[in-house]
Write a protein that binds this ligand. Structure first.
Ligand code: G3P
Ligand code: CA
Length: 240
């Protein structure tokens, strides 16, 4: 049965990419999380979608120009005023540590398409080893060179290239780079493409699937998972 992954946590209702959004997704029954990582000036992996902190926090500037200590002082719940409590930008380590207390799956998206973030792949994979999370983590990126590199570092960790537009025969492409899955934008995932990929043994997890008719389509086809902002709605539709 298709699993439900909470995109940036339960981001429909809580500040995206925060521990609050991850914990609420788990409480709601999501099977997995999707989150984004960037690297600070002093080489720490932090969970935030944009290269800049401006959209989601009360700070300004590039993540790469903050030290970890500095970036932790920002409030990532700033744009969702109904949260009274401050929510710091999590470290990836904090998320993996919390995952030792539950069974949730984590899709880590390496946000290394704008800045190359030297050493990011090694740092992510080292942490996965430290927390023994090989079987519960999927590494994805729009930077497919990075996906290939992750596969070279550790072939036992599942990788998934992300793509937002039509990719010709993605199952052949995935097999050629050692990826066990693909994460297409939902608009780039027509039924024939999804069915053929599954038939060739490639798992498909489309993003970001929020509309009922799209969720129903992917549940009916039997995708491995849908990545959605609203895991509660997706689970309701799936379990009808
Ligand atoms: O991983 C799927 C999705 O998160 C990719 O797009 O921009 O939301 O990170 P974006
Ligand atoms: Ca993402």
């Amino acid at each position: 049965m298709t699993l439900v992954f909470a995109h940036r946590g339960y981001s429909q209702a809580y500040p995206e990419n925060t521990m609050k959004a991850f914990k609420e997704a788990a409480l709601a029954g999501a099977h997995g999380l999707e989150l984004d990582v960037q690297l600070t000036k002093d080489g720490q992996l932090v969970v935030i979608h944009d290269e800049k902190v401006d959209r989601t926090t009360n700070g300004k500037g590039f993540v790469k120009d903050f030290t970890f200590k500095e970036i932790r002082k920002l409030d990532a719940s700033y744009k969702k005023k109904r949260l009274l409590q401050k929510e710091p930008i999590p470290s990836l380590e904090e998320v993996l540590e919390w995952m030792t207390t539950n069974q949730i799956i984590c899709n880590i998206e390496l946000k290394n398409g704008v800045f190359p973030y030297k050493g990011m792949e090694e740092k992510v994979i080292d942490l996965i080893h430290t927390y023994k999370m090989k079987d519960r983590v999927i590494l994805s990126s729009f930077n497919h060179y990075s996906i290939v590199y992750c596969y070279r570092i550790d072939q036992e960790i599942e990788t998934a290239p992300l793509f937002s537009e039509g990719l010709y025969m993605p199952w052949v492409y995935a097999q050629s780079i050692g990826a066990k899955s693909i994460h297409p934008r939902h608009t780039a995932a027509p039924n024939e493409l999804v069915r053929a990929s599954i038939e060739y043994g490639i798992a498909v997890r489309p993003y970001t699937v929020n509309k009922e008719k799209d969720l129903q389509r992917f549940f009916a086809i039997g995708c491995s998972a849908v990545i959605t902002d609203d895991p509660v709605k997706a689970l309701q539709i799936r379990n009808r």
